[in-house]
Design a protein around this ligand. Structure first.
Ligand SMILES: [Zn+2]
Length: 254
């Protein structure tokens, strides 16, 4: 895997990933969603991109594994620790079991990623990289730009929604809308909103529109960069270096 990240970010060794999930996994967001949805399915990648994983799990490489069966939160956390995954996502579409749901409820999420912003420095580096690795490049400059745009987007969306979570995912920023109104939006309204917001902010439209279902789980570890997927307040966005150098650095690695 080729990458070029700021602030010493690099893939997390398996042992440290396991230690993170055993000792400092912050489950508040996970618990809130479990409570709200009754059925919550985390989706893990054991280490496809970094090629770091427990040898006994080799047959799961390249696959997304849905953890559907667990008794309760401690049991789920134990299972996750056993996998020591590189990444944890979750499906934000709530389908009701045993029922064809033509318009399932879906969490509304906005995403701004540094690697999708113009950056002369990073673009130069990407020219010498194979296509599949180009998203693994960002620098302090384009990260600060992403933080700036995310702050403005948050303030814009505050006029429309009451309750949002602002999350740093290890590379990008996500805004999760907690208002029921966001969950209940129709597909065509999601696209209309995505197009409208994209005129002012560099969002990834397919995320807002809901075409991409999996979202990185807040509280988990992004094992590609060794950073915790961290919930932030909007005031943090004025100091992007502090986010990547301190706020999101897990104890297991410091
Ligand atoms: Zn850059």
């Amino acid at each position: 895997m080729r990458y070029d990240y700021p602030a010493g970010m690099k893939p997390t060794p398996v042992r440290e990933r396991e230690r993170f999930y055993r000792e400092e996994f912050e489950t508040a967001f996970l618990e809130e969603r479990m409570e709200r949805w009754k059925r919550f399915v985390p989706v893990i990648d054991i280490g496809t991109d970094s090629t770091l994983y427990k040898p006994r799990l080799q047959e799961l490489k390249g696959k997304l594994v849905r953890i559907k069966e667990y008794r309760d939160l401690p049991h789920l956390v134990e299972k996750i620790g056993d996998y020591a995954p590189e990444d944890i996502y979750y499906s934000r579409t709530i389908s009701r079991e045993g029922q064809v749901d033509v318009n399932p409820t879906q969490e509304l999420v906005f995403r701004i990623a540094p690697h999708q912003l113009d950056c002369r420095k990073c673009d130069r580096k990407r020219q010498h990289m194979e296509k599949q690795y180009r998203e693994y490049v960002f620098c302090r400059g384009c990260f600060a730009d992403a933080a700036h745009h995310t702050r403005n987007l948050y303030m814009f969306l505050e006029r429309h929604f009451d309750d949002m979570d602002l999350v740093y995912t290890g590379r990008a920023f996500h805004l999760h809308v907690n208002d029921e109104e966001g969950f209940q939006m129709q597909q065509e309204d999601r696209w209309e909103l995505a197009r409208k917001v994209a005129r002012q902010f560099p969002i990834q439209k397919d995320i807002t529109a809901g075409d991409t279902d999996l979202v990185r789980l807040p509280g988990s570890l992004n094992g590609l960069v060794s950073r915790t997927v961290t919930q932030l307040s909007v005031s943090h966005m004025t100091d992007p270096d502090h986010i990547i150098e301190s706020l999101s650095v897990p104890d297991a690695l410091s």
